[in-house]
Ligand binder design. Structure first.
Ligand code: PLP
Length: 400
């Protein structure tokens, strides 16, 4: 969906009424769920014109959406200054695939940050390779490594800042500028910060991707992804998504739009609680490293301070020594943290972090760390009282 207006209002205000057009909502606050495959035409002339126009916000057939999906897409576009439109996909992974397939062709090279979400890596090593695209990984914290791996065939780069397991914050403006200089398209997975914490396009990124399943949905009951870009790349995203038949259900779009309205307060609360818990963990003798972008000493923290306007509740920490059994005892002793993949919902979650098998150019444990310190956990801090969560983690340490 294309953008409607470019008013200079703050993101938290934009969240409240984003995507609310009277012709989509009528007198109610949120757009109703327009559940439709068939769109009916008034007459033959309208039927003939429909498929031809292929414009945003025009009824044609369910696969091009209806006002519920359009309102969500428009609300997301309004959060990214410089964006022309947003495509919605049935998951975050589908959004990453949609963005990469829109810009890569056989013979091209994709550069990918070594801390990328594992399914993004799998996409490079599998689907993209099968289509004749080579993927090269680079050190997330070393722009010189990125530049050294660029050649004439390099046409796109996938960034993720911070990485969703090891949390390194990349120098996005520097990497995006280099990519542009070499005629490459930069794609960034901005799920961690969302546009409230990091406005990708303003920092030189061409396509901003999010798993809306996480913070934006926010209630752990819906899957969706988005890709947002300026006019030229938005047109390519749209063409590719239409060719692949990508569409999201209006019921899901309504849930995600409902989540979006409260994104700001949830992120603020989660960030504050996560920082409190991360600082507490840093004092524990059983902890070797806390990887929380908002915390001094975490990899890339200075860049986070320079470029980001917000954080979230997702961070990791590493035990001093120990083994997988001790870590399992810790997790099993927790009463308030659910054990489960995903993150960004209102409830706190924990999963083990074992990144070694999914790194190829940077080591785990990180250079300079004791090799014995390698058993990590990732916490997604939700909306509970942080002191209750700290008491829960105490139970975990007691069980080690
Ligand atoms: C950083 C990141 N990007 C993308 C995704 C994929 O999102 P989805 O699960 O909606 O496909 C995830 C999922 O965990 C993620 O952590």
């Amino acid at each position: 969906m294309a953008k409607r207006s470019d008013d200079e209002i703050s993101p938290s205000t934009r969240l409240v009424a984003g995507g609310r057009r009277p012709e989509w909502t009528g007198p109610v606050v949120n757009p109703p769920v327009w559940r439709a495959s068939t769109h009916l035409y008034e007459d033959m002339a309208a039927l003939k014109a429909g498929p031809k126009s292929n414009t945003d916000g025009a009824f044609f057939y369910g696969r091009r959406g209806a006002p519920t999906q359009w309102a969500l897409a428009e609300a997301l576009t309004e959060l990214e200054p410089g964006a022309a439109g947003t495509m919605l996909y049935p998951s975050g992974v589908a959004a990453i695939a949609g963005a990469l397939l829109a810009v890569l062709r056989p013979g091209h090279v994709l550069l990918m940050t070594d801390n990328a979400y594992d399914p993004s890596r799998v996409m490079g090593a599998g689907l993209l390779r099968d289509f004749g695209v080579e993927t090269r990984f680079f050190d997330p914290l070393d722009p010189a490594d990125f530049e050294a791996k660029i050649d004439d065939r390099a046409k796109a780069v996938l960034l993720e800042a911070p990485g969703s397991l090891t949390m390194e914050v990349q120098d996005v403006p520097a990497l995006a500028a280099m990519a542009r200089q070499h005629g490459m398209v930069s794609v960034m997975d901005n799920t961690w910060a969302s546009p409230l914490g990091f406005q990708t396009l303003s920092h030189g990124i061409d396509i901003s991707v999010m798993s809306l399943t996480k913070h934006v949905g926010g209630h752990s009951d819906v899957m969706m992804g988005s890709a947002t870009a300026g006019p030229e790349l938005y047109a390519r995203l749209r063409k590719t998504a239409q060719a692949l038949g990508q569409v999201v259900s209006p019921d899901d779009a309504a849930l995600v739009l409902r989540g979006l309205r409260t994104l700001g307060v949830r992120l603020e609360r989660e960030t504050e609680s996560a920082l409190k818990i991360a600082q507490w963990l840093l004092q524990r003798p059983e902890v070797a490293l806390v990887m929380c972008p908002m915390l001094p000493g975490s990899p890339g923290h200075d860049i986070w301070r320079r470029d980001f306007t917000g954080g979230c509740g997702l961070f990791s920490f590493v035990f001093k020594g120990g083994d997988a059994e001790a870590r399992a005892r810790f997790v099993d002793a927790l009463a308030l943290f659910g054990i489960g993949y995903s993150w960004g919902g209102f409830e706190s979650l924990v999963v083990p972090v074992d990144p070694a098998p999914i790194r190829s150019v940077t080591p785990w444990p990180f250079a300079g760390m004791d090799p014995a310190d390698r058993f990590g956990l990732r916490l997604s801090i939700g909306l509970e009282d942080p002191d209750d969560l700290i008491a829960d983690l105490e139970r975990g340490f007691a069980a080690l």
